[in-house]
Write a protein that binds this ligand. Structure first.
Ligand SMILES: Nc1nc2c(ncn2[C@@H]2O[C@H](COP(=O)(O)OP(=O)(O)OP(=O)(O)O)[C@@H](O)[C@H]2O)c(=O)[nH]1
Ligand SMILES: [Mg+2]
Length: 317
């Protein structure tokens, strides 16, 4: 970290604002869970367990958190309910940082992979194309030469939507007409990017095909074709999940990670939902880093995910 904390006041405000519904939800439930109680006892812990599960944290992660708090209560003998949110924040933060994935500090890509190829996957409507636009904007701002590839050729408006983002951001896009072979678009994009010395290539893909097997086969095909141009591509398979769907996002992550080699996650639409707790479960459960979080529809509304900042924002510092 440099002289300045990478988490500026502005970013913190965006994060706090984006997570405000989840925060309200969690806090109001905790308030009810401890109503009339001064001490953390079994009943409070049972209620807390319910709060976390109904806040989309997920059962496994909730049980881990509760067992840590139980240990702490047993050790410290008398823990007041007033101390509960501080304890929750500490225990969740330490749980999340135990999974050995690193938090990003800024929008960067490894210098030694040129071009660094990101293939973006996820079911329809989760925010893939929007996330690509926001990412392209951030990478360009960081001085990178970015190329976009419109390999979602399944839907008429899909190519057009990515074209609009490329114009907004001011980066080149490689496309073909609707219905063309996505693998061929990916091939063209990588060839063009390589020839022009691009630093980053981001490939959009379809979220919906005739069925799930088709979709997975197609992703495999796109990956294989990329390797003909850049042998170790894609460097990043970024799975986008819609955080506002709560446990459904969790299920999608399970299915995609089983079907294809996902190595990064983005959780979108955390603004306007009370289900932001799902990020805690996802971050704990999958040994894949949550790299980015989407906090709105605007071009600036994407942040690199930082576990401590996230927990602090939810439970207060
Ligand atoms: N509030 C909010 N809306 C978002 C966010 N990310 C994406 N959206 C919105 O979600 C909708 C779908 O986003 P897209 O980027 O088109 O999703 P997609 O995954 O590319 O969808 P398909 O191309 O149909 O598979 C759009 O209206 C976006 O503006 C976010 O972080 N917050
Ligand atoms: Mg799209």
């Amino acid at each position: 970290m440099g002289i300045f904390s990478f988490f500026s006041k502005e970013k913190k405000e965006t994060l706090d604002k984006g997570l405000s519904k989840t925060k309200e939800n969690v806090f109001s439930k905790i308030t009810r869970a401890i109503a009339g109680k001064s001490k953390v006892d079994d009943e409070v812990l049972d209620n807390l367990e319910e709060v976390l599960i109904t806040s989309d944290v997920g059962v496994d992660t909730t049980l881990k958190i509760i067992s840590r708090i139980e240990d702490r209560v047993a050790r410290d003998k008398y823990v007041t309910t007033g101390e509960l949110t501080a304890i929750l924040r500490e225990e969740i933060a330490s749980l999340l940082t135990e999974n050995h994935t690193e938090d990003l500090e800024s929008f960067t890509v490894p210098e030694d992979k040129k071009p660094y190829v990101i293939m973006v996957v996820g079911v329809n409507g989760v925010g893939k194309t929007t996330t690509i636009g926001k990412l392209a904007y951030q990478f360009k701002k960081a001085g990178k030469n970015v190329y976009l590839g419109a390999a979602d050729t399944f839907r008429a408006a899909a190519v057009e939507q990515l074209v609009i983002w490329s114009e907004r951001v001011g980066v080149p896009i490689v496309k073909q007409k609707m219905g063309s072979d996505p693998a061929s678009v990916a091939f063209d994009t990588l060839s063009s990017a390589k020839a022009n010395g691009a630093d980053v290539v981001i490939i959009d893909t379809a979220g919906r095909l005739h069925n799930k097997i088709n979709l997975m086969n197609e992703l495999t095909k796109i990956k294989n074709v990329m390797k003909k141009v850049v042998p170790d591509a894609p460097h990043e398979v970024l799975l986008v999940l819609d955080g506002s769907t709560g446990q459904n996002a969790f299920e999608q992550a399970k299915q995609f990670t089983a079907a294809t080699e996902v190595n990064a996650l983005a959780v979108t639409k955390l603004d306007g939902t009370a289900k932001g707790g799902v990020v805690i479960g996802i971050s704990d459960h999958f040994r894949i880093p949550v790299k980015y979080i989407g906090l709105g529809e605007g071009i600036e509304d994407l942040q690199v995910f930082n576990r401590k900042e996230f927990v602090n924002s939810l439970f207060g510092e």
